[in-house]
Design a binder for this molecule. Structure first.
Ligand SMILES: O=C(O)CCC(=O)C(=O)O
Ligand SMILES: [Fe+2]
Length: 301
């Protein structure tokens, strides 16, 4: 039996006593290690602005398909629009039942922005920065339990190649491949992922006991999970969390969600930490090298 997902207040880390900060960091580490997930409350991200962002992305996805397709750029899906039926999980043939928009760091690859809704760029840009800051704080908290210098992850991932994904899962089309679900079981590529709670349920996590469980989190909480890159540098001491999004009971129900994938800088070396080396660790690879390898595996490159 896995332990339940911890619910932690980010304010304990930001504003708490030394004791509170340490308890936060230890609980974060233990929950990620044992359940792969943590639920963050009191995270300080402006909630009314967050709800507005959901309205704005719903307006964007409601635009005509041809207009959205104007924002398909390049083939690697790292910026702009990716249409329904394109991405599939690694090792799965059936495509996921979703369309999405990616925002990244302009300095690494320039963003594209839709002409409408008018507030898209400002509000989505704000959310990117807020989640980037929150994600780096979580990584900073992990440096205690991982016995690393406090600035370790700021150097690896500050100004990194992180991606905010705005997701729309439309009503399930009648002709959908019966093998397809909204998002097939997968692990995220990056260090950690932050999910600002979605507009509807459906997210499930594969427990270390092999059981799928629906994620239950209070409204407005942020769910954080560990990705492949964190697993790699800890030699699976913090394993990447397998998760999926299942289809709704009512096939007409739509769903929006906004995962933020916290990535290292492209040239940062993903090197197994010394305390986890036992000969079974993966070889060193740059953030960019690992990303390219994984994008090929999910049909985005
Ligand atoms: O929509 C969600 O809640 C999760 C999406 C997800 O896991 C992903 O896009 O990697
Ligand atoms: Fe994911």
């Amino acid at each position: 039996m896995t332990s339940p997902v911890a619910e932690l207040k980010l304010s304990d880390y930001l504003l708490g006593t030394e004791e509170k900060r340490k308890a936060f960091a230890d609980d974060l580490y233990t929950s990620l290690r044992e359940t792969g997930f943590v639920v963050l409350t009191d995270h300080g991200i402006n909630l009314s602005r967050l709800h507005e962002a959901y309205d704005i992305i719903a307006d964007f996805f409601a635009l005509p398909e041809e207009e959205k397709r104007d924002y398909m750029i390049g083939m690697d899906g790292q910026r702009g629009f990716t249409p329904f039926g394109r991405e599939h999980a690694k090792g799965v043939e059936a495509a996921d039942l979703k369309e999405f928009w990616h925002v990244g760091r302009d300095e690494i690859k320039p963003n594209v922005w839709p002409e409408r809704p008018a507030a898209f760029r400002a509000e989505v840009g704000w959310l990117y920065d807020a989640l980037d800051e929150t994600g780096l704080l979580l990584l900073q908290a992990l440096t205690g339990p991982l016995d690393l210098p406090e600035e370790y992850f700021d150097e690896m991932a500050g100004g990194g190649n992180s991606i905010l994904r705005l997701l729309h899962y439309p009503a399930i089309p009648e002709d959908a491949d019966p093998a397809s679900i909204r998002a097939a079981a997968h692990e995220d590529i990056n260090l950690i992922t932050l999910l600002v709670s979605a507009s509807a349920s459906g997210l499930e996590l594969l427990g270390r006991d092999g059981e799928w469980r629906a994620i239950e989190a209070p409204a407005d909480a942020i769910i954080a999970d560990a990705g492949d890159m964190l697993a790699r540098i800890t030699n699976n001491h913090i394993p990447a969390t397998t998760h999926r999004v299942v289809n709704p009971d009512n096939s007409r129900d739509v769903r929006y969600s906004m995962p933020f994938f916290l990535h290292p800088r492209p040239d940062a070396m993903l090197s197994c930490l010394p305390q986890f080396r036992d000969g079974s660790e993966d070889p060193d690879i740059t953030g960019q090298g690992f990303l390219e390898q994984r994008l090929r595996e999910i049909g985005l490159s």
